[in-house]
Design a binder for this molecule. Structure first.
Ligand SMILES: [Zn+2]
Ligand SMILES: [Zn+2]
Length: 481
């Protein structure tokens, strides 16, 4: 281990997934996030050995429960990490759901690959074993340690950490590390061994005035900042439009007599859709229809929301106090079992069906698509990003014929999209977040963004704030002084 305090960028360096940063300070190692790579071109990195022996890491700090931040934890635990994983209580609860689900998918994928290779008589670049198993995930869960917001926790002898609201998803945090006893300067009289340094990790920065959860925390000072830049080159649509567009989709589909299918991510997006639907119902802008959340994972995550009303923003608190919870209104049905799910297709008239997966790559949405894609009365409403090569993107792209579950269907259903939903700060909000600083940091590192988004944001910061951010390479190590 180098004897100088340093940070290593082990992921999300000029790309958006695989978040992972290692801080080494006084023989102590702390890992901030341990994310899965989800971009196709970087997936090999999931299989690469960790940069350091997992057994030598003292603790992991987790910003939030998205897979690109927590998804490699079971592999870390299998390969020898047995220390604590600190995160907020809601993040701990959601991480349990997310990791078990991810492990199940890893196992299914490996099994599918094994059968395909057998059929084709070949082997692939990676072993036909899962990246990790449900057993590995189970081994990881007892390591989770819940820490509340804004209460400093000692992590090692000379590192403490505090978690702050990030406004991104329920339980999401920004993490501030205090590194005590920095060996600054050298020689008698020069050395001031008692100095400390603060390092703020932005995690994923949310949008201001997002529904349900509170706004991102702004920091007035930090010696070092590691900041995400996903939408560093973009400005989001006015979120005010979301409800108008949603009302129109519901009403048009209701008049036509079809179903409204909403492919949605289980975590946060589903709950936001429910929030808006409930508001539209309250103000009589849409009729009282059956609303199904047809995803066991989304139902479990919604339970975590219900368990943490203390994390709700003022508007949401008010709704709850008035008895208008977006998670239990008349007509809302949570369908956990397969039988309940199948029964939805026998209902006549218009239903609103929210199901995963968000990009239609798997899950129950596929069955609902089979029952609705050929019906000109039905509507498929996309509320999230559709990556290239996914079924969702294909449908959104206007395909006339679509292959689902081994059969080809003529697409007659209407396709709509609302792009105003976003869990990430846009360029304006990123600059707003940085605007809290009273003085420039010793160094600002831009991570968690494509090279172009980072370049545009870096230029903007230099123009507006007068200091130049640093853009680390994958695996690069930088000393703190
Ligand atoms: Zn995230
Ligand atoms: Zn992320």
């Amino acid at each position: 281990m180098p004897n100088h305090t340093n940070i290593r960028f082990l992921g999300a360096a000029q790309n958006v997934t695989g978040s992972s940063y290692l801080v080494e300070h006084k023989d102590q190692r702390v890992l901030v996030d341990c994310g899965l790579y989800q971009e196709r071109k970087y997936r090999d990195r999931n299989w690469a050995p960790f940069a350091v022996d997992p057994g030598s890491i003292d603790a992991v700090l987790l910003t939030h429960a998205h897979l690109d931040h927590c998804g490699l934890l079971p592999k870390l635990a299998r390969e020898g990490f047995s220390g604590p994983i600190y995160c907020t209580p809601a993040t701990a609860a959601i991480t349990r759901i997310v990791l078990l689900d991810s492990a199940r998918i890893q196992e299914e994928d490996a099994e599918y690959k094994r059968r395909r290779h057998q059929r084709e008589g070949r082997t692939g670049p990676h072993p036909e074993e899962p990246l990790y198993t449900e057993e590995d995930a189970e081994r990881t869960l007892p390591l989770l340690r819940a820490v509340g917001y804004e209460s400093p926790a000692p992590i090692t002898d000379s590192i403490s950490a505090s978690f702050f609201e990030a406004g991104h998803i329920l339980g999401s945090s920004m993490i501030r590390l205090e590194l005590e006893g920095m060996a600054v300067g050298s020689g008698p009289g020069n050395g001031r061994p008692d100095e400390s340094r603060s390092v703020v990790f932005s995690g994923d920065i949310g949008q201001w005035d997002k529904p349900i959860i509170e706004d991102p925390t702004v920091f007035s000072d930090a010696d070092y900042l590691v900041m995400e830049s996903t939408y560093g080159d973009r400005t989001h649509e006015d979120p005010g439009e979301v409800e108008d567009l949603l009302a129109e989709a519901v009403n048009t589909t209701h008049r036509a007599g079809g179903n409204l299918l909403i492919p949605s991510f289980a975590l946060e997006r589903t709950q936001e859709v429910l929030y808006h639907l409930n508001r539209l119902l309250q103000s009589d802008r849409i009729p009282h229809l059956m609303v199904f959340v047809d995803s066991p994972m989304a139902i479990s995550v919604t339970e975590v929301f219900k368990d943490h009303p203390e994390l709700f923003d003022e508007a949401m608190q008010e709704l709850m106090e008035e008895g208008h919870s977006p998670f239990s209104f008349s007509g809302l049905k949570m369908t956990r079992s397969v039988d309940q799910s199948k029964a939805i297709n026998h209902i006549r008239g218009t239903s609103i069906i929210i199901a995963g997966s968000g990009m239609c790559t798997g899950g129950r949405i596929k069955h609902h698509l089979v029952h609705n894609i050929y019906r000109k009365e039905s509507t498929i409403l996309f509320v999230g990003y559709q990556a290239e090569g996914t079924l969702g993107r294909h449908i959104l792209g206007g395909a006339k014929e679509v292959r689902i579950l081994g059969q080809t269907w003529r697409r007659k259903a209407n396709i709509r999209r609302i792009s105003g939903f976003s869990a990430h700060a846009d360029q304006f909000a990123l600059l707003r977040w940085l605007g809290g600083l009273k003085r420039p940091p010793r160094r600002l590192f831009l991570t968690h963004g494509e090279a172009e988004a980072i370049r545009v944001l870096a230029d903007k910061i230099e123009q507006e704030k007068g200091f130049k951010p640093y853009v680390p390479e994958y695996g690069e190590r930088m000393a703190f002084d």
